[in-house]
Design a protein around this ligand. Structure first.
Ligand SMILES: Cc1ncc(COP(=O)(O)O)c(C=O)c1O
Length: 262
């Protein structure tokens, strides 16, 4: 797979960063993952703007024009692939962009709740420090689930380690509020624009009454959930999830057709 390091195109196996880079030593840096549909990036501008905001919040120098040029070089080399584009900037000042294969995933997911408190100082920073998120997934898998559902020590339901969380309660499509320190997901933004989804403070006790649920992200679009903490949901995918999946797919197609400035 192709990659760029500080703007130079090479095979991903050739990319090397100094072991003293604090991006490696301390997870100090920022990243984004963009989906490529037949080589066309979806919502690239939104991702790069969020990356610039992340870097500003982290007090990390970031050259957005250089990153745009790296991405253009890499996309040209990648061709018409269905893949992921990962872009990162480290505290050591390295700009890295990689093409990654999409993962095979089960059609529907079992979630297990995992206690998690977002690091408040990292609000608005999609940082390289994802060790806690990766651990949450492993803890959920140790319980026999596919993925974690993060719940604060005070019982607020947040999101999954790399996806937003949506659910249907009393026939309404809901998602936990940004004010509860979940990531301002680009898929979540689009879903809120194309469906009736609304923000709702969500507590652990709500989970027993949920009619359907799905995870949402750049890589998964809409990914239905069939059970939470071993309790099967009434439908997976339910009608609201199927509708949301169709609407987001239409929106993606429309934005891709409108071209890179959309
Ligand atoms: C913690 C977290 N929440 C949600 C998401 C989904 O965000 P997006 O829709 O921008 O991919 C991600 C994706 O990286 C994430 O890391």
């Amino acid at each position: 797979m192709p990659a760029t390091l500080d703007g130079v195109l090479m095979d991903v196996a050739q990319v090397q960063v100094p072991v003293t880079d604090e991006g490696l030593l301390r997870g100090d840096g920022v990243f984004e993952v963009v989906r490529l549909y037949g080589g066309r990036p979806f919502a690239l501008n939104d991702h790069l703007e969020r990356m610039a905001d992340s870097a500003a919040n982290l007090r990390l120098p970031l050259d957005l024009e250089a990153i745009r040029a790296d991405v253009a070089t890499l996309l040209e080399a990648a061709g018409a692939v269905d893949a992921a584009l990962r872009v990162l900037v480290t505290r050591g000042g390295r700009r890295i962009a990689l093409i990654e294969a999409l993962k095979e995933r089960p059609e529907t997911l079992a979630l297990a709740t995992v206690t998690y408190a977002p690091t408040r100082i990292l609000d608005g920073v999609k940082s390289l420090s994802y060790g806690a998120n990766m651990l949450a997934t492993r803890l959920a898998q140790e319980q026999g689930a596919d993925e974690a559902l993060l719940v604060t020590p005070h019982g607020r339901v947040l999101e999954a380690p790399t996806t937003a969380f949506f659910y249907v309660l009393a026939d309404e499509l809901c998602t936990p509020p940004l004010a509860d320190h979940v990531l301002d997901s680009i898929t979540r933004r689009r879903l809120m624009a194309v469906t009736d989804a609304r923000e709702r403070v969500t507590v652990r006790d709500d989970l027993a009454a949920i009619g359907e649920a799905f995870l949402a992200s750049t890589l998964r679009e809409v990914h239905p959930v069939h059970a939470i903490d071993g309790v099967a949901l009434p439908a997976a995918p339910g009608p609201v999830s199927v509708h949301a999946a169709g609407r987001i797919r239409e929106r993606i197609e429309a934005e891709l057709a409108a071209g890179p400035t959309a």
